[in-house]
Design a protein around this ligand. Structure first.
Ligand code: 13P
Length: 250
């Protein structure tokens, strides 16, 4: 049985009060595809207003601090995200791994902190172009998984993995279907080795230049259980056709 697909939008540093109407439109259109789980990960400051605007629709954060609380200026705890109305959060996005120098062990601690309060997690991994060209993409992604996936999964909150090759993010370039298939199957193998049957239940999303024009082909690949979408998640016009493509493959 294929897993139910999850299509999550990552709004990154986009979104003001004036965009709440777009979130409402996305949530309302997404309800037409109950065979797909749909979520929007918005800037932390917009979570509460977004969650109030679209009750029952999944709103998520884009990062979380690993500590429960304390002297961490400018950071947001898992409980704060939950309190604001989030039901999930992204951790370990490559933009944070690079710009904020987040390590695998930090990403693991963040994922654990989120899962422990009942917040589902989309944990991102992915290689740079340099590493892909050196033939070390799979090895690199498996090392990231090894260092950043929590030791315990399978509770009420869900862990999903997003494979996002850095060179495909915001560039319009995507790996070949064969390359995506190879990476997703390596990730699946690793998860099964580590977690047994539970590893077969972890959704593996693809992310990086997913658009309406390539979504159906991507969703047809084995072990692609959804997508993490950046630019094309910002408008109902671009995002909903991706959700519809996931529904076709459900
Ligand atoms: P794009 O879809 O804009 O390439 O971004 C992908 C991404 O980074 C999602 O987290």
């Amino acid at each position: 049985m294929p897993l139910k697909k999850l299509v999550a939008g990552n709004w990154k540093m986009h979104g003001l009060s004036s965009d709440l109407a777009e979130i409402e439109a996305i949530a309302s259109e997404a309800r037409k595809y109950p065979e797909v789980d749909v979520a929007l990960c918005v800037p932390a400051i917009l979570i509460e207003r977004a969650a109030r605007a679209v009750p029952g629709f999944r709103i998520g954060g884009q990062d979380v601090h690993q500590a429960e609380k304390g002297a961490h200026t400018g950071c947001t705890s898992a409980l704060m995200l939950l309190d604001a109305g989030a039901s999930l959060t992204i951790v370990g996005h490559s933009e944070r791994r690079e710009a904020q120098r987040e390590s695998d062990s930090q990403v693991k601690a963040k994922a654990e902190a989120a899962l422990s309060v009942g917040l589902s997690v989309i944990l991102c991994v992915g290689e740079s172009l340099e590493i892909r060209e050196a033939g070390r993409a799979t090895e690199t992604v498996l090392t990231q998984l090894d260092g950043s996936v929590p030791n315990r999964i399978g509770g009420e909150a869900e862990l999903a993995i997003a494979y996002e090759p850095i060179w495909a993010i915001g560039t319009g370039k995507i790996p070949t279907s064969g390359e995506i298939a190879e990476m997703h199957s390596a990730i699946r193998r690793e998860l099964r080795e580590r977690f047994g049957a539970d590893g077969g239940e972890v959704r593996i999303l693809y992310g990086g230049s997913v658009k309406a024009s390539n979504a159906e082909e991507i969703f047809a690949i084995a072990d692609v259980d959804g997508a993490l979408v950046g630019g094309a998640s910002l408008t109902v016009r671009d995002f909903i056709p991706i959700v519809a493509a996931a529904a076709v493959r459900s």
